[in-house]
Every structure is written in C-alpha cells, then in structure tokens.
Design a protein around this ligand. Structure first.
Ligand SMILES: [Ca+2]
Length: 303
C-alpha cells in the first residue's frame, strides 16, 4: 500500500490518567466537577453554517473539490485525490480553542477495509488552512493499514504535510455498522477510543504521549491518496467539551500536587458522599499541594 504522508511508526504507548497514588499514601483523588464548556452538533438544522458555525479546512495538501454537506441531518465530507502526490484532504472544525479536551463523533458512513480513505476526529488543530500549515492531533481509522485489515491510529498532524503515527492498533471496522470515535487529550496524554454504537461495546483503545501542540480547535478530518479511493464519510452527534480532570503529580518530598484547568476551587471530604468543605487556604488557585497525611481523603474541583 502507499506510504501515506511520511507516516512514522508508533512509539510505545503509556497508560495515563490513572489516579493511583499508592497504598502507603492511601489518598484518593476524584473529579466530580461539571463540564463547563462544550460544543455539540446533531446537524438537525441540515446546515453547518450556524448553530454552530463550522470552519472548513481544505488547503492542507493543495487539493480542491471538497464538499461539506449537512443536508441529510448528518455531516458528509468528501475530497478528491488531486493535490500533492495524489493526495486529497478535507476537514472542518468548530467551537472554541481548548487545552484539555474530549472530542467525540459518531461515524455513520465510511468506506472500510481493505482500501478506504483515512477519517476521524481531531483536536488541538491550529485551524491554519494554508498549504502544509495545519497542525494538531487526530484519532482516525486507516482502512488500508495492516495489509488491508485496518488500524485505528493516533496521529500528530504536521509540521508540514505529515501524519505521524504516535500509536496504532489493528482493528477491522465494518462499514455496515456505526461507531463512536472519542479522542481525549489531557496535557501531553492522548487517549483514543472507539465504541460500536449498537451494543455500546469498546472495540479499540490506544494511549500515546506527545507534547508538540498545547491547545487548539476540535473537529473532523480525512485524507486519502491515489490509488486509495477518495474521501467520503459521514459523521453525526459531534461533541467537543473542555476536559476538567484533576492532574495529579507526586512531588519528590512525598507531597501531592493537584492542578486543574480554568476557574474553580478545590473541595475535600473524608468520605466520597461528603460533606464537602472548601480546601483552605489556597484552594481557589491551581495548583494546590496537599500532604497525604490522613488514611483517606477525597478531592474535587467545584466549577
Ligand atoms: Ca447547524
């Protein structure tokens, strides 16, 4: 199969986002904060120009002839392989720039293995539509990978025209089924998941670490390259939300630092059911350093 966009082989995955503090510490940290920022679109108004307004991406590989069509009540994107090196590309982003973010979308139509275009959800896009200027991350399906059996891939997009594989997993997705793609990025930690919508089962999951891009826009992207068929896929129920998990860092002196994005104040309790009390002093400003000096304590950020 063609070597797409200078693809680089995956680096080892690291498991992330597990608040395991160790038995000797016996403290537990949880986040029960509500989601405070989000952008969703079910395309029920049959357009992508308002409620919300999407921004089209078309220039990345110098191709032309893309289409963005929400008239069916879902969002169908197509692209022609007429750019650099026979590449085609299409994308679209929506909403605010997020730092820590969770992006999900339902894939309702696609061309599957052994030879379909790459498509998926994206986060931390810089939104630059000039040739070879787009950067960001994506969690996308690569139907032609693994000898035509397919792979889900965590990509670092750019710099220049490159889709760098930073974590991949063989999985064969069935074009007759619908899937939910989820990409969550907390700090440098990427977490991709695919769920089969009917039945809800988790069918793919991959972790990776990359610190090149700290924030940006959320959306969907796709590309292909001759002789693989041109891009034609459809998404629905798009959702991007600021992710407000508490970051946990164990300091060399044994203390634990808790940090979070955005406004909010730290609360603590001796039982998960409460009562919850403001952590004081200093609980209004991230980060907070706590001593693991009690058998059990629970923390949350109230926003
Ligand atoms: Ca709309």
């Amino acid at each position: 199969m063609p070597h797409f966009l200078g693809r680089i082989e995956p680096t080892p995955a690291r498991s992330v986002l597990r608040f395991v503090l160790g038995a000797a510490v016996a403290a537990l940290v949880i986040s029960m904060a509500p989601k405070v920022q989000a952008q969703s679109d079910s395309f029920s108004d049959l357009e992508d120009t308002s409620n919300p307004t999407w921004t089209h991406l078309s220039g990345y590989v110098g191709s032309s002839g893309q289409t963005w069509d929400a008239s069916s009540g879902a969002y169908r994107l197509t692209a022609v392989n007429n750019g650099l090196s026979g590449l085609g590309f299409v994308g679209s982003h929506v909403g605010a720039s997020y730092t820590d973010v969770r992006v999900s979308a339902d894939i309702t139509s696609f061309v599957g293995p052994p030879a379909g275009a790459v498509f998926g959800v994206a986060a931390r896009l810089n939104g630059n539509n000039a040739l070879a200027a787009l950067t960001g991350y994506a969690y996308a399906y690569e139907p032609f990978a693994a000898s035509g059996q397919g792979e889900m891939v965590l990509y670092r997009i750019g710099p220049s025209v490159s889709a760098n594989d930073i974590g991949s997993q063989q999985v064969t997705l069935d074009p007759l089924k619908d899937y939910r793609f989820v990409l969550e990025i907390i700090g440098p930690n990427l977490h991709g998941q695919v769920f089969e919508i009917v039945g809800g089962g988790l069918v793919a999951e991959r972790f990776a670490t990359d610190a090149n891009y700290a924030s940006g826009f959320s959306g969907v992207i796709a590309y292909s390259q001759n002789p693989v068929p041109p891009v034609d896929f459809t998404v629905d129920n798009f959702l991007a939300e600021a992710s407000n998990q508490i970051h946990v860092t164990r300091l060399p002196n044994g203390q634990i630092q808790l940090s979070w994005e955005g406004p909010g104040h730290l609360e603590e309790a001796s039982e998960v059911t409460g009562p919850w009390n403001d952590y004081s002093p200093g609980g209004d400003v991230s980060p907070v350093v706590v001593n693991p000096d009690t058998p059990q304590r629970f923390f949350r950020v109230h926003q």
